[in-house]
Design a protein around this ligand. Structure first.
Ligand SMILES: Nc1ncnc2c1ncn2[C@@H]1O[C@H](COP(=O)(O)OP(=O)(O)O)[C@@H](O)[C@H]1O
Ligand SMILES: C[C@@](O)(CCOP(=O)(O)O)CC(=O)O
Ligand SMILES: [Mg+2]
Length: 402
């Protein structure tokens, strides 16, 4: 039985360099964004588990005995499916497990609509976590996000991180670190590692073959294979533009894989070059606070231009992103796509000597293309537990209207 009403949040991310290449083991520079996904958790009707996902139009509720019976059937009927009970965090969700969950939830085979993937990830995480740590109690869950969905800012990972933290907590696999009277709390390093590994599995349901960067940033706020560049990154001003062209990370990542398999001798050097850009960019960022001379910015701008060309070569560009780059170039600003590409968001570097008028003019031209743009604050805390009373009125409203 779960008796408290609480909220969990996790940040989205911006990838400066290394998207796609990181799936193939190259370096990525990614930092948390001050736009978050929020999950509200409260006691539900006895014997029922409810989930509301207003961002993707999902409102579902299941009998928990029915869910646990499904979990039992999946485990008993097929040796292939036994691994859902005999759980190992490093294993992928199997095709058979996902097929069984799709059938149960009435999701057509191969459906990749946001609501189908979100429901599938929820059910998968619920059943797999409960198989390992004990039944999920009767709770109502609402997930709402400040992040645009499917736009390159890691909304899938923020969703998976929130679900992993909440489900692990209600099952007792991790503590509830928020004391009465406190507004926020974080989990221990060991607990964060567990949250991250489960969020990665949720990302696998949504992405197919994720690198793990997005869920690591959602959990810790920093991609931990890198030195702590985030403390220096806030010196960068970035304009974030959403082209609003929808796309699926899963499809784009699969397309890059296909291209690499088709033309390995041509594509592998491109990935190596992207890797070199990430590493050189990291060196420049590290040198900047000690010597914040304007001469660093032209280098960073060139890295944006070169990488944008590389990402086009990988096949993840889009006419809307070309347009974004052209519009900002007409104001002497440099941009690249961020995240999986194919539409979604681009980032534009704003050097300190950029005049406010130039930024305003660029924003107006971008908005005239039908894009949405805003200046971002880079750097935000990783997954956090909140008392509901400490949430802003806007977030609370969004979570209680659903
Ligand atoms: N707030 C949310 N509620 C439910 N599902 C979400 C939410 N945010 C993201 N998702 C899931 O993540 C998918 C988008 O992931 P993806 O294609 O990787 O784009 P991105 O991570 O760049 O936003 C959606 O189709 C949906 O299944
Ligand atoms: C393209 C990729 O590098 C980033 C995808 O980010 P997003 O889902 O578009 O926010 C894939 C990954 O790292 O798993
Ligand atoms: Mg994603």
């Amino acid at each position: 039985m779960w008796a408290r009403e609480l909220a969990v949040s996790a940040p989205g991310k911006v990838i400066l360099h290394g998207e796609h290449a990181v799936v193939l083991g190259k370096v990525a520079l990614a930092v948390a964004l001050d736009l978050r996904t929020f999950l509200r958790l409260r006691p539900g009707a006895e014997g029922r588990l409810s989930v509301s996902l207003p961002g993707v139009g999902v409102l579902r509720s299941w009998d928990t005995p029915g869910l646990w019976a499904l979990r039992g059937r999946i485990c008993l009927n097929s040796p292939l499916l036994a691994s859902i009970a005999d759980f190992d965090e490093s294993k992928s969700p199997s095709v058979e497990q996902l097929d069984a969950l799709r059938e149960f939830a009435g999701i057509a085979a191969g459906a990749s609509a946001p609501e189908s993937l979100a429901t599938l990830a929820f059910l998968y995480m619920c059943l797999a976590i409960s198989a390992k740590y004990g039944d999920v109690p009767s709770v109502d869950i609402v997930v709402w996000s400040e992040l645009p969905t499917g736009a390159g800012l890691g909304s899938s990972a923020a969703y998976a991180v929130c679900l992993a933290a909440a489900l692990l907590m209600v099952c007792g696999a991790i503590s509830c670190p928020l004391q009465e009277g406190e507004s926020t709390a974080r989990w221990t390093e060991e607990e964060l590692t567990l949250i991250n590994s489960w969020a990665f599995r949720g990302e696998r349901v949504i992405h197919g073959n994720p690198s793990g960067v997005d869920n690591a940033v959602g959990t810790w706020a920093l991609w931990d294979s890198l030195p702590p560049v985030a403390s220096r990154v806030p010196t960068l001003r970035i304009l974030l533009t959403n082209t609003k062209v929808p796309r699926s990370t899963k499809v784009l990542v699969a397309g890059v894989k296909e291209k690499i398999l088709k033309f390995p001798a041509i594509m592998n050097p491109v990935l190596d070059s992207i890797d070199a850009i990430s590493q050189e960019c990291q060196s420049v960022l590290e040198a900047m606070p000690a010597n914040p001379s304007p001469e660093h910015y032209p280098v960073l701008e060139e890295f944006f231009d070169i990488n944008q060309h590389h990402l086009n070569v990988l096949g993840v560009g889009h006419p809307s992103l070309d347009r974004l780059c052209q519009v900002t170039a007409s104001h002497s600003l440099h941009s690249k796509l961020t995240g999986a590409g194919g539409g979604g968001c681009g980032i534009t570097l704003l050097p300190p000597d950029t005049s406010p008028l130039a930024v305003e003019a660029a924003k107006q031209d971008l908005c005239a293309c039908g894009f949405e743009c805003w200046e971002t604050k880079i750097g935000a805390p990783g997954v956090t537990l909140h008392s509901c009373s400490s949430l802003s009125a806007q977030v609370l409203h969004a979570l209680t209207q659903s």
